[in-house]
Design a protein around this ligand. Structure first.
Ligand code: SAM
Ligand code: SF4
Length: 594
């Protein structure tokens, strides 16, 4: 039965829905097969994964401060004009739906705190007449009960509600805010609407942290005895600044063992191929139990998701750093300015006139300006999607937006079994007695590149000096430099500044280098010899890791700048001998090249 037809029978909710919000009759199976088109090439990646699920983050703000997600002081918020407007979100949604996206999830931050969340949902909900089948929301439930009825009218079909504890006090500890009763009210209202026939799927998401709420796994399972809901346990995941540690993560395997000890009849339920959650069921219970095994099992092979951040970037993988701005392309048609309702109307008019001129039919989709360019860029980003993302041992060291700025739910993960036998510092090698074997510090035990953790190191004063030399094939260049007669200007001055700038940018250039607060960079350039300029760069910091990479980057960049500024007068230059000549501070103390 259609969602709306079922919903109309609810007497306790407003029925001010318009005809345009009702869903068109579902075509017959025969019609669907006859009219089936191949899935959009733009949304199909090189591994033949068809992306029909779009997650849109509609805000960076949140009214809770969950300990695993957000620092007490919140996250730095983007300026308003950087964020997508409601017409922009609706335009992007319409493009994706026109290409075959059949499920959209709104997330955040906390989506219910967006002031115009309901009108936005109405606009997206209208796409249900054009192929959108599911319109879902992921929410903490705090203020959902106030907006739920209107959201259902707008076309809401699914709610993932985050709740990590059934104890009001523990709620306050885990979210750093009060609000347990309000969340309960939202759950009750959803269940009430469901009882009256509203087609909303309810899932409760519970992030499990060892020693914090793992004792609540069984009470949550108990919830599914009488209630037809799915409780999904999520493995605790790392992201910038949430103090993740492997020890705090309660794994899927451990959770299943714990539940089986109490309910030996626990059974696995056959899932859908794109499910990121593994579903189980206690026979006789009304509801089900799911596990999002982001840290211990990976689902990359069947990933069908794309994400749009609240500032309008498309992310093809939650764990990839690659992002492309769809907002900027969209706004090109409005002189780079945010597209508000008024601007949208003007753009629509232009598009209508164009179509009339072309004699095109009045299609409701594809109204987005720069649609062709958007599709091209989306297609390129999707084609660049990797087969799978990094694994544990690498993820916790990776730079990524905080989840709240992505609109996380499932961070899927490669977990190599060999990795399970080895800890981050390669302890197994020591146990095997070959600890003296030299190891590459930036290669993890499973052989992939990773950043070395410096969280256990103490801050000390550190210094490093690197040197190299620029050799000229004749004396002309050095003479001109000394006399400051080079056409391009003050070579030594520019090279010095370039070296200083480069030292500060080292972590942007060398992938596994930690960003450090450098306290000083000095670049010395000695042009006293006739055909050589000696370069020495010294970098100091008070930090947990050495600065030799910064010193090397500074020296080499200063040398390259000299090369660049002199290449017109000397084609035979060589840069030679780039090396660290001094290093002091940290565990290994002072070291000087002989
Ligand atoms: N505010 C909404 C909420 O809490 O449902 C939507 C945004 S929130 C970032 C989306 C989901 O990410 C929630 O289910 C939350 O529990 C989960 N989450 C956030 N940080 C997490 C972490 N470190 N590990 C696992 N799940 C996390
Ligand atoms: Fe807010 Fe959701 Fe993050 Fe909790 S998990 S702080 S509710 S965004």
């Amino acid at each position: 039965m259609q969602r709306w037809l079922r919903y109309q029978s609810i007497s306790t909710v407003p029925s001010s829905i318009t005809d345009s919000q009702k869903i068109a009759p579902t075509p017959s199976r025969h019609d669907r097969i006859r009219n089936a088109k191949p899935f959009s090439d733009f949304l199909t990646d090189t591994f033949q994964r068809e992306h029909d699920y779009l997650r849109i983050s509609v805000t960076e703000r949140c009214n809770l401060r969950c300990v695993y997600c957000m620092p007490e002081e919140g996250v730095p918020l983007s300026p308003n004009r950087d964020l997508l407007t409601t017409p922009e979100i609706a335009l992007l949604a319409s493009i994706f739906v026109s290409q075959g996206v059949s499920k959209i999830r709104l997330t955040g931050g906390e989506p219910t705190v967006r002031r115009d969340i309901v009108p936005l949902m109405h606009q997206i909900g209208a796409l249900q007449r054009h192929g959108l089948k599911e319109l879902c929301i992921t929410t903490n439930g705090l203020s959902l009960h106030r907006k739920l009825d209107s959201m259902v009218e707008a076309g809401l079909t699914g709610v993932n509600l985050s709740l990590d504890t059934l104890d009001p006090w523990q709620f306050q500890i885990m979210t750093r805010r009060k609000g347990f009763d309000a969340v309960q009210k939202s759950i009750d209202r959803i269940l009430e609407l469901k009882k009256h026939g509203a087609g909303i799927k309810l899932k409760i998401n519970c992030v499990v942290m060892r020693g914090v709420n793992d004792r609540e796994i069984l009470p949550f399972v108990e919830l599914t005895r009488e209630k037809d809901i799915e409780v999904r346990f999520i493995e605790y995941m790392p992201f910038d600044g949430n103090k993740w540690s492997e020890g705090k993560m309660f794994s899927y395997g451990e959770m299943v063992d714990l539940i089986k000890a109490k309910h030996p009849s626990l059974q696995k339920v056959q899932g859908h191929r794109n499910d990121t959650s593994k579903t189980w069921h206690v026979p006789g219970f009304a509801g089900r139990i799911g596990f999002i095994t982001s840290m211990t099992h990976n689902f990359c092979g069947t990933c069908n998701r794309l994400r749009i951040t609240s500032d309008g970037n498309l992310k093809v993988c939650l764990f990839g750093n690659a992002e492309v701005s769809l907002r900027d392309i969209l706004r090109k048609s409005n002189a780079g300015e945010p597209i508000d309702e008024q601007a949208l109307e003007a753009l629509k008019q232009v598009e209508m006139d164009r179509r009339r001129g072309l004699g095109a039919s009045d299609q409701p989709l594809g109204m987005a300006p720069n649609e062709a360019e958007l599709l091209k860029v989306i297609g390129m980003a999707v084609k660049n999607k990797k087969a799978k993302h990094a694994g544990m041992g690498t993820l916790e060291h990776m730079k990524n937006r905080p989840m709240i700025l992505i609109g996380l739910v499932q961070r899927r993960q490669l977990f190599s079994t060999s990795r399970a036998l080895l800890d981050k510092t390669g302890k197994k090698a020591e146990q095997d007695g070959d600890s003296k074997q030299p190891r590459l510090t930036h290669v993890s035990a499973s052989g992939s590149a990773h950043m070395v953790s410096i969280s256990e190191k103490t801050s000390t004063s550190r210094i490093a000096t690197a040197a190299c030399s620029v050799h000229f094939s004749n004396e002309t260049a050095v003479k001109l430099i000394r006399d400051n007669q080079m056409k391009k200007g003050d070579v030594l001055g520019v090279a010095r500044v370039a070296g200083i700038m480069a030292a500060k940018r080292t972590p942007e250039l060398i992938p596994l280098c930690h960003p450090i607060a450098i306290s000083h960079v000095g670049v010395e350039l000695d042009a006293s010899a006739d055909k050589v300029i000696q370069v020495r760069a010294t970098v100091t910091c008070d930090g947990k890791t050495g600065v030799e990479m910064e010193a090397l980057t500074a020296a080499s960049t200063a040398a390259l700048t000299i090369y660049d500024m002199c290449k017109a007068v000397d084609k035979g230059m060589r840069i030679e001998g780039l090396r660290v000549v001094l290093k002091d501070g940290g565990k290994s103390g002072r070291w000087e090249a002989e």
